[in-house]
Design a protein around this ligand. Structure first.
Ligand SMILES: Cc1cc2nc3c(=O)[nH]c(=O)nc-3n(C[C@H](O)[C@H](O)[C@H](O)COP(=O)(O)OP(=O)(O)OC[C@H]3O[C@@H](n4cnc5c(N)ncnc54)[C@H](O)[C@@H]3O)c2cc1C
Length: 499
């Protein structure tokens, strides 16, 4: 072990970037910048994390773009991002040792696997007399700070958010450092160093990311631009219009928050400031804050539930008689179920890496309830295809829809995709955008083409079973089958109205 008293001002401090790929409001970076030591900024790509989940394909695409921008921002301050590949623990330890770091700092992560990794790295570094400082850069309130009176975690969103909100006065966002003193990295420290291209995060042969490139400007600058666009536009009306799928009425902050291109604190403060400056009704501000609250709640669940993406939060769901139907699963994944709203959502996902929240709920409900396919199959498809695929929000969203989660939708809540379409996409614009083969159908029939008169279908050049599929299941039968399956678990009947 090295002697701490021999620490020298020339020893650098390592800022380990993870899900905090930004310069502004980055507490670990701000800490390093004010330490008086030169800094080395690193990112470690662990292709097969020992405990955690490897990233899905769409998230890997985002990561590439985000790291490129982060490196560019650090370069404009006179340094750059050192990219390392390998096992996180071994790589960070070897690197810190090779550059004789005085300290390593990072912003905290919250899944049980990530916490286990971080705790092991912290003790190993400290055992080598390298200091470790960790910060909250990801959440408004960290999971352990919000507990019930009896000290147990919350299981109901309303109660959780009432408690969390009471004390929400997140520290104001930190400014981006004006200047950073960078420490050089000797060749010997770079055994695991790679270029961004070496990480092979982007797809090739086939390059399926054209739609993602068209849709997104990734990274910190993209986050700021998109947030401004939302706050100066649809924010004033958010509570009223957020379910209208054809409208660009939500913030689209999710991938930026996922990768930390922006912090929840920045979004929170910017929304507060915009609401004040533009005298926006508190109803819109509050609804938007509530959605950020759902993100916090998901992290609360992730922290307390060891394998949220694998294990039913409600154990009685372990007995659920899921169907193994690969044909139906593929039809759902490809947006070929014959239910236009479900298919539009699934194609939006495939083409852009994102799906509107209302469409997520309907598409997920369709898989789990109409097709009776295990929510984990849907979760892993979303994990692979969403640019915002999030360790907390994705499984929590799926378990909520399936009914197996905390404060979940009741099992008898089976979305009717036709009614949902008529209610939240009345003119069929959303469906037309993603299903060009139905483009010429009138609004009255676009959500249920199979109920449309043959002449009208012919006039719109729609041949069911050829240009567009017939429904893969009949809604009423599928609904009854789902209710029966769910009732075997719960032995209870509930309200059975169509929504
Ligand atoms: C089956 C299913 C899977 C989902 N998977 C993910 C996922 O992998 N990653 C993800 O970020 N969100 C997920 N969500 C939640 C939600 O759909 C998205 O966060 C939202 O659509 C993102 O769009 P936005 O940024 O425009 O949201 P806005 O309406 O503008 O909300 C602002 C922010 O609040 C948070 N938020 C909003 N709704 C929710 C919610 N229901 N749960 C948790 N946080 C929320 C997000 O961080 C979002 O960016 C999922 C929902 C469902 C039903």
């Amino acid at each position: 072990m090295r002697d701490r008293s021999r620490a020298h001002p020339s020893q650098p401090i390592v800022v380990w970037f993870r899900d905090d790929q930004r310069l502004t409001d980055n507490p670990a970076l701000a800490h390093a910048a004010s330490s008086g030591h030169a800094v080395v900024c690193v990112y470690v790509h662990d292709p097969e994390p020992h405990h955690g989940r490897p990233l899905g394909a769409a998230a890997r695409w985002w990561l590439h773009e985000s790291l490129r921008e982060l490196d560019g921002s650090l370069r404009s301050l006179g340094g750059g991002l050192v990219l390392l590949r390998g096992n996180e623990q071994e790589t960070i330890l070897a690197f810190a040792e090779a550059i004789d770091a005085i300290e390593v700092c990072w912003n905290r992560r919250y899944s049980p696997a990530q916490r286990q990794t971080d705790a092991a790295i912290k003790s190993a570094l400290e055992a080598r007399a390298v200091a470790v400082s960790t910060f909250n850069g990801h959440l408004l309130r960290e999971p352990w700070k919000v507990t019930r009176r009896d000290g147990e975690p919350f299981q109901v969103f309303g109660a959780y958010w009432r408690a969390a909100r009471q004390d929400i006065s997140p520290a104001p966002p930190l400014p981006s450092p004006d200047a950073l003193l960078f420490h050089g990295t000797p060749e010997s420290a770079c055994a695991n160093a790679v270029s961004l291209a070496d990480l092979k995060l982007q797809p090739h042969a086939p390059d399926w990311a054209a739609g993602l490139r068209q849709t997104w400007r990734c990274g910190e600058s993209g986050a700021q631009q998109r947030l401004r666009h939302f706050l100066d536009g649809e924010f004033d009306g958010y509570a009223t219009h957020r379910d209208e799928m054809a409208r660009d009425a939500t913030s689209k902050m999710s991938p930026y928050l996922r990768f930390g291109n922006i912090s929840a604190r920045q979004v929170w403060y910017a929304a507060l400031a915009a609401a004040q400056a533009q005298s926006i009704s508190s109803e819109h501000l509050r609804k938007f804050q509530d959605e950020l609250g759902w993100r916090e709640f998901s992290y609360h669940l992730l922290y307390h539930c060891p394998a949220l993406h694998e294990v039913n939060f409600r154990p009685q769901f372990d007995a659920m008689p899921w169907r193994n139907d690969q044909h139906a699963l593929r039809a759902w994944q490809r947006g070929q179920t014959g239910y236009p709203l479900v298919d539009a959502g699934m194609r939006e996902l495939w083409l852009t890496g994102w799906m509107h929240n209302r469409a997520r709920m309907v598409a997920a409900s369709f898989l789990v309830k109409h097709l009776l396919i295990d929510w984990r199959d849907g979760e892993s498809w979303f994990w692979d295809t969403l640019v915002d695929a999030d360790e907390a929000n994705n499984p929590a969203g799926w378990q909520w829809v399936a009914g197996s989660g905390a404060d979940a939708a009741p099992y008898f809540r089976i979305f009717n995709p036709v009614l949902q379409g008529q209610k939240f996409d009345p003119q069929g614009e959303y469906v037309r955008r993603w299903l060009p083969e139905l483009d010429r159908l009138p609004a009255a029939s676009i959500h249920a083409p199979w109920q449309t008169a043959p002449g009208q279908l012919a006039a719109a050049s729609v041949r069911l079973g050829d240009t567009y599929p017939l429904p893969i299941v009949a809604h009423q039968q599928a609904r009854l089958r789902a209710l029966e399956a769910f009732e075997t678990l719960r032995g209870q009947r509930g309200e059975q109205g169509d929504r």
